[in-house]
Design a protein around this ligand. Structure first.
Ligand SMILES: NC(=O)c1ccc[n+]([C@@H]2O[C@H](COP(=O)([O-])OP(=O)(O)OC[C@H]3O[C@@H](n4cnc5c(N)ncnc54)[C@H](O)[C@@H]3O)[C@@H](O)[C@H]2O)c1
Length: 310
């Protein structure tokens, strides 16, 4: 298949693009390089430097003629979605809508969407399952859920086949350590550069950390399936930030305790996903343990740090 991977110069999109190429697909990446890097794009993929909101996307679809779209491009800073909700909605809702519309016009067979589990469920039920009522409390979460609703609407009205993958907290090599998201990448960077890492609140807040190769596998399975709907992609395990810091500090050989800062207003205390539906539907389950994933991630950041010092 010819697959258009949006956000393919970013962390997850680039790993997904690599995997799709390995599976024998042809890949074109669309990315505006706002947070991504051209060097992340695999050499066998073509890079169209474009914004998903732009009218130029019509030309991209006419030229590339994709059979499927794997949509990872997004504004993913939750804080920005609250300070500038119009910008967030413009990229995350209007940009996604442009892609869906083009998919229908060009007879695209499959749409895989990078949604979120962490930002659309509240804390009413732990772990959160797809059956639970989504209660997003950020513009980012509302936007992701809106796109899922549009996908359902486009499926019912135009037959667009889609899978929305509701990711937990994804981590791994190439994650941006300088953004707002990505606590694992931020801690790795701070620990390796001797910069103090700050934990907000008491560090007892929990998250569900899933390694990027497991997320890539979910994308590969979703791409080859005609199953329509939304699926949680996480581990079902809660890890608190103190423990996460402890593991990473040990891997980095740092004995200093972290700094503690004021709790972030409105931050969720617990977040973990029930991933039974993805297992039962696609046979997907996470394979990489937290310890193994964190070790691989730390090795990546350590190697990169050595490279930049040369
Ligand atoms: N990292 C996580 O834990 C996590 C969790 C849930 C969902 N997600 C979703 O997964 C996707 C990928 O996230 P990531 O962590 O790889 O982030 P990332 O920032 O590394 O990747 C996003 C990519 O999209 C590109 N982009 C942004 N706006 C664009 C636009 N208007 N037009 C074209 N390209 C644009 C960026 O340049 C970047 O390369 C996003 O949709 C994000 O919302 C991520």
């Amino acid at each position: 298949m010819k697959i258009l991977v949006t956000g393919g110069a970013g962390f997850m999109g680039s790993h997904v693009a690599e995997r799709l190429l390995r599976d024998g697909h042809r890949v074109a990446v669309v990315d505006n390089l706002s947070t991504g890097f051209a060097e992340n794009v695999p050499p066998d993929a073509t890079l169209c430097r474009a914004d998903i909101r732009d009218e130029y996307m019509t030309e991209v679809f006419e030229r590339e003629r994709p059979d499927a779209v794997c949509h990872h491009a997004a504004q993913l800073d939750v804080r920005v979605s609250m300070i500038d909700p119009l910008f967030d909605a413009d990229v995350n809702i209007r940009g996604s809508l442009r892609l869906m519309d083009l998919c229908v016009r060009h007879g695209v067979r499959k749409f895989v969407f990078a949604s979120t589990g962490g930002a659309i469920y509240g804390e009413d039920r732990i772990p959160a399952s797809e059956k639970d009522m989504p209660r997003p409390v950020s513009g980012y979460g509302v936007a992701k859920l809106s796109v899922e609703q549009y996908l359902h609407c486009f499926h019912v009205n135009y037959g667009l086949v889609y899978t929305a993958l509701r990711y937990a907290n994804v981590y791994g090599p190439r994650q941006n350590a300088h953004g707002e998201a990505g606590v694992v990448a931020i801690f790795c960077d701070r620990l390796l550069t001797g910069t103090p890492a700050t934990l907000y609140g008491d560090g007892g807040q929990t998250r569900d950390f899933v390694y990027v190769s497991d997320v890539v596998e979910a994308n590969a399975l979703a791409m080859n399936s005609d199953v329509v709907g939304s699926f949680n992609i996480g581990t079902g395990r809660e890890t608190d930030i103190n423990r996460l810091y402890g593991i990473l500090a040990e891997l980095a050989g740092v004995v200093d305790p972290p700094c503690y800062g004021p709790a972030k207003p409105g931050e969720q205390r617990r977040s973990v996903l029930d991933c039974t539906l993805a297992r039962e539907t696609f046979g997907w389950s996470p394979q990489v343990s937290l310890d193994a994933g964190l070790e691989k991630t730390m090795t990546f950041f350590r190697d990169r740090e050595k490279e930049t010092r040369k």
